[in-house]
Design a binder for this molecule. Structure first.
Ligand code: MTE
Length: 310
């Protein structure tokens, strides 16, 4: 698919110093991926770094700080307060971990997390994230397009939608002991959305493996949709013929639709979506259509009434 870059995409030759140093450090090794194999669980050991080149699909401008990105989260499996995931997600065991891919595919397969880390060259994608609640962040994710994974399982002609399922493990996910949502967390995309180059299999941020509160060890990031479409800590990707029913649609169908594209003209029934507060900023910003990714994604929705398909 031919895609136009967003109007404010960073020049691809700009590389921040940390990444540059990492890259130099690790390109000396054999592969593009460099992990300190023994240090994966340990915060105390030198943090394992991921070598990733900056993707031209990144947006320009300053990213939020690591503290903001890892300290203000929605991850209801660990509680509903913004500070709960940072406080409670540490107990989630993220290795071993596997992601099962099945349904309407010719080659169903289970990928181990170590296979996923090596499946395609890792890229740093600096994406906007707009939460349905009215706040936003800019996050330097690390990963690669979900299409890299999907093409390997060979979707059949009946694969019209893709369903993502988060882990269900109430022993370690204390929020799952309550009934805030119908667990496990489920989300979905249309197949063309899932295959769009912007849709990211996310394995890290700020040059490191994903922190647990951000969806370790693997989550999805779909930057033109409200943040809840980007399921964290996923264990299954199922290709299906009918639109999946997401956890949020099940919980409240009049408030959460299947598409959930960021759209400043379509308000949430209980609040306006016209503006947002970037975490760390004082003044509000205007929310952009498709979260600023309209050049790349609007054509997927030509002819659709976006008020009806919200
Ligand atoms: N995935 C799961 N499994 N559970 C959740 O509660 N919250 C969503 C999304 N993915 C959520 C989830 C919402 S509402 C948002 S805004 C983003 O994760 C937040 O991602 P972040 O904490 O990494 O910024």
């Amino acid at each position: 698919m031919l895609i136009k870059p967003a109007s404010d995409i960073a020049p691809s030759n700009i590389t921040d110093k940390t990444l540059y140093l990492n890259r130099r450090q690790f390109m000396q090794g054999a592969g593009a991926l460099a992990l300190a194999a023994s240090g994966l669980h340990s915060e105390a050991a030198a943090a394992p770094r991921l070598a990733a080149r900056r993707s031209p699909l990144s947006v320009a401008g300053a990213a939020n700080t690591r503290d903001e990105i890892t300290g203000y989260n929605n991850f209801y499996e660990f509680g509903t307060d913004k500070a709960d995931p940072a406080a409670n997600a540490g107990r989630l065991v993220t290795r071993p971990w596997a992601v099962q891919i099945d349904g309407e595919v010719l080659k169903p397969r289970t990928f181990d997390i170590d296979e996923l880390l090596k499946l395609a060259p890792l890229e740093e994608r600096i994406y906007r994230l707009r939460c349905v609640e009215g706040w936003s962040m800019v996050i330097p994710w690390i990963g690669y397009s979900l299409s890299e994974v999907l093409k390997r399982v060979e979707p059949t002609g009946k694969a019209k939608y893709v369903e993502f399922t988060t882990l269900r493990r109430p022993e370690q996910m204390i929020g799952q002991r309550g009934a805030v949502l119908d667990w496990p967390y489920v989300e979905g995309l249309r197949i063309d959305e899932a295959m769009h180059p912007l849709t990211l299999v996310t394995l890290g941020l700020y040059g490191e493996l994903l922190p647990n509160q951000n969806g370790a060890p693997v989550r999805i990031a779909v930057p033109w949709k409200y943040g809840f479409k980007s399921a964290k800590s996923i264990v299954r990707i199922r290709l299906v013929e009918k639109p999946p029913v997401s956890s949020w649609m099940r919980a409240n169908p009049s408030e959460y639709g299947f598409y959930s594209n960021v759209n400043p003209q379509v308000d949430h029934p209980r609040w306006s979506q016209a503006s947002e507060r970037r975490i760390g900023e004082f003044f509000k910003r205007k929310t952009l259509m498709f979260n600023g990714y309209a050049d790349q994604v609007a054509s997927m929705y030509t002819g659709m009434d976006l008020r009806k398909y919200f």
